[in-house]
Write a protein that binds this ligand. Sequence first.
Ligand code: ZN
Length: 160
Amino acid sequence: MQIFFNFAAKFEFNLFNCNVTKMNPTHIEHIGIAVKSLDESIPFFETLLGTKCYAIEEVADQKVRTAFLKIGQTKIELLEPTSPESTIAAFIEKNNGKGGMHHIAFAVEGLENQLAEAKEAGIRLIDETPRGGAEGLSIAFLHPKSTFGVLTELCENKNK
Ligand code: ZN
């Protein structure tokens, strides 16, 4: 019982102090999965999901090669580090040399305003301004310390 009360107290405390702003995403744009090797993981996910990888793209400034598969409106983004300095390489190392769920990306509109509002609400931003991501999207990351431990990416497709 004591454990329950401790949990409840902690939960209420978190709710009371939570920094948040309304983002109204239109959908989950993609889920990012860190992998050691695209060559190994692509055939696995193609079989698992019953769909073909439709694009492989290197994102030089993030030091990754990305591969995309689509399920409905949502994509699976496989991320392979292209350098030991890549944050994805560090993530894989932290996960016992294995990859894993890395981030969730929401499709939003008005990304610059969304970031300004998030900052105003006290959410820690990794990217203060949008930058170019895979597939020509504008992207920005929110810090997991502000989002219950979930690395959160916001994406805007300005070419639609
Ligand atoms: Zn992503």
